[in-house]
Design a protein around this ligand. Structure first.
Ligand code: AMP
Length: 222
């Protein structure tokens, strides 16, 4: 049986974290915990929580730590996370990283933290052309990967749209926040001996192969 894993993915918006996290979660048979996806689902459901989250997300601002931490800790407490998890989009700030340490205190901590490296110009091109399925979250791109039928998701037939926070102003704000609040986590995890740096350029499968090799080497299982 494939062993589980407790893995964190770091990397700028548009680095390919979502795609790689879903491949990794399938590979290790653990849940893919994406705070962005969790929040977008809450927005779709409406209610007060969804409205509150949307106001931050549309502006490209970070959702306040206490709220994010509460939702993630709740999610990691569910039984399907017993074998582990792939965290995508969390932690994004130092207090979130510390809260994760604390939440995992009673079980084993994070085993590896992958920093997916992609240059800024590539990230900008990926984000500005990005289109997503409003129903299942599948990713498309105006120049590289259009759905077979215009505006319809290949996987579920849902509507393919531009994310509200993929506007130039929100993209710029999100990248600035990444540099300010999230990039310092690279050192935080490097100091703990958990960091694995992986080149995020290439086809999704090439990046995935590279990633699994790097993680397995880090865990001494390769
Ligand atoms: P993502 O899909 O990961 O780019 O997340 C979309 C948006 O959700 C971000 O721009 C933030 O507004 C919010 N968000 C997601 N994860 C976090 C987090 N860990 N801390 C604060 N805000 C977050």
């Amino acid at each position: 049986m494939i062993p589980g894993i407790r893995l964190v993915l770091l990397g700028k918006q548009g680095a390919g974290k979502g795609t790689q996290a879903s491949y990794l979660a399938r590979h290790y048979v653990v849940p893919h915990v994406s705070t962005g996806d969790m929040f977008r689902e809450a927005v779709r459901e409406g209610a007060d929580l969804g409205r509150e989250l949307k106001s931050y997300m549309d502006a490209g601002e970070l959702v306040p730590d206490d709220l994010v931490i509460r939702l993630v800790v709740e999610r990691l407490g569910r039984p399907d996370a017993d074998r582990g998890f792939v965290l995508d989009g969390f932690p994004r700030t130092r207090p979130q990283a510390e809260a994760l340490d604390q939440a995992l205190d009673s079980r084993d901590g994070v085993e590896a933290v992958v920093n997916l490296l992609v240059p800024d110009d590539v990230v900008m091109r990926r984000l500005s052309g990005r289109r997503v399925c409003a129903d299942c979250g599948a990713n498309y791109h105006l120049e590289e990967r259009l759905p077979r039928e215009e505006g319809r998701c290949d996987q579920c037939g849902g509507r393919v749209v531009q994310r509200d926070d993929d506007t130039p102003a929100a993209i710029a704000r999100r990248l600035a926040l990444y540099a300010e609040a999230t990039a310092p986590l690279v050192d935080f995890y490097r100091e703990r001996g958990l960091l694995v740096e992986v080149d995020g350029l290439g086809t999704p499968i090439e990046v995935f192969d590279r990633l699994v090799k790097a993680v397995e080497t880090r865990l001494g299982r390769a």
